[in-house]
Design a protein around this ligand. Structure first.
Ligand SMILES: NC(=O)c1ccc[n+]([C@@H]2O[C@H](COP(=O)([O-])OP(=O)(O)OC[C@H]3O[C@@H](n4cnc5c(N)ncnc54)[C@H](OP(=O)(O)O)[C@@H]3O)[C@@H](O)[C@H]2O)c1
Length: 302
């Protein structure tokens, strides 16, 4: 499917938007898309863990005639999340759209245990805790979108059958957290490969996000205090950002622009009211990819 510009997405207006890790890359492009098309009908929060980098990004958008707001947000720190939630609650009463975009991928080759602890902290727990912190103030019709990646199914297909089965069978958030903790413990001992994990932490941390999304989607559907709230995740595609600038080779030539990478996250964040069939799902190029039940190999970014 051709990737369309976010401009082409048909949606309805909502008023308060928040994007994590949005001082660069895909996150900045998601803020740009929200500001361009909906900002005058509400407020769009560009957030960053570093004030200087955040304000520089705000300036970039201001030069384009856009007007995002800025707030500090460190997704490794619950008190930072709570501060932002309380400020939003006080000023706006609630939140409509949350995009959990912040993520890290290690460059170079630090020890696997370091990569596992860091990747799982930011990519998995960051998403889990942001959702727990902000769900109470999500208004009816709210949308929470996590930016995972095709590295999730790539990691899944490299697991032992036993671990694949455990990912398929998760029924609580704690089940997913236990799997993430299992990887961390195994990397500390150094027997993660014997235990059925790939020698890779980023992919499994994003697999944790996909499994988490499935449970969060089920839970929010059953929660009678939350009307029409959807929680989904996606891959933005292979995008030219700070995360991939060091990549070389044939595939690197085909990277998307950040604005193209924003397409599916924006699409999911603006699913129309009353949508029921996209809940707890993982999407790529706006299509559901249920790799726990359907074999989607070979996985390709093209
Ligand atoms: N690029 C791709 O091809 C690709 C493919 C699949 C998935 N993704 C996912 O897409 C998302 C965006 O990545 P990107 O490609 O746009 O990379 P990027 O330009 O490096 O952006 C990552 C953003 O996350 C922020 N961040 C990292 N750790 C954080 C923390 N603890 N608290 C708050 N913010 C934090 C970074 O802030 P700093 O500037 O302060 O570091 C940066 O703003 C990530 O979740 C990534 O895993 C990317």
């Amino acid at each position: 499917m051709a990737i369309e510009s976010p401009v082409q997405i048909a949606l309805e207006l909502r008023s308060l938007y928040l994007v994590t890790g949005s001082n660069s890359g895909v996150g900045l492009a998601i803020v740009r898309a929200f500001c361009k098309h909906f900002g005058e009908n509400g407020a769009v929060y560009l957030t960053a863990r570093n004030e200087e980098r955040g304000m520089q990004a705000v300036e970039v958008l201001k030069k384009e005639g856009l007007n995002p707001r800025f707030h500090l947000l460190e997704v490794d720190d619950v008190s930072s999340m709570e501060m932002l939630r309380d400020d939003i609650k006080t000023e706006h009463g609630g939140l409509d759209i949350l995009v959990n975009n912040a993520g890290i991928a290690y460059k170079g080759n630090p020890p696997m245990s370091e990569q596992a602890v860091g990747s799982i902290k930011t990519n998995y727990h960051g998403v889990r805790l942001m959702t727990d912190t902000f769900l109470p103030i999500m208004r009816d019709g709210g949308r929470i979108t996590h930016v995972a990646g095709l590295s999730a199914p790539m990691a899944y297909y490299r697991l032992s059958e036993e671990l694949q089965e455990r990912f398929k069978q998760v029924s609580t958030v704690q089940d997913v957290t236990n799997l993430m903790n299992g990887l961390i413990e195994a990397t500390k001992i150094g027997d993660h490969v014997q235990k059925g994990w790939p020698d890779w932490a980023y992919g499994p941390s994003k697999l944790g996000v996909v499994a988490l999304t499935k449970i969060q989607g089920e839970n929010v559907s059953k929660d009678s205090s939350k009307k029409d709230v959807l929680i989904n995740c996606c891959c933005p595609g292979y995008v030219a950002t700070g995360m991939t600038t060091h990549h070389t080779g044939e595939n690197a030539k085909h990277r998307l622009t950040p604005d193209q990478g924003a397409d599916t996250p924006v699409y999911l964040s603006l699913l129309p009211a009353g949508t029921t069939d996209i809940q707890g799902k993982f999407l790529y190029k706006r299509e559901i990819k249920d790799f726990f039940t359907v074999d989607i190999r070979p996985i390709t970014y093209m």
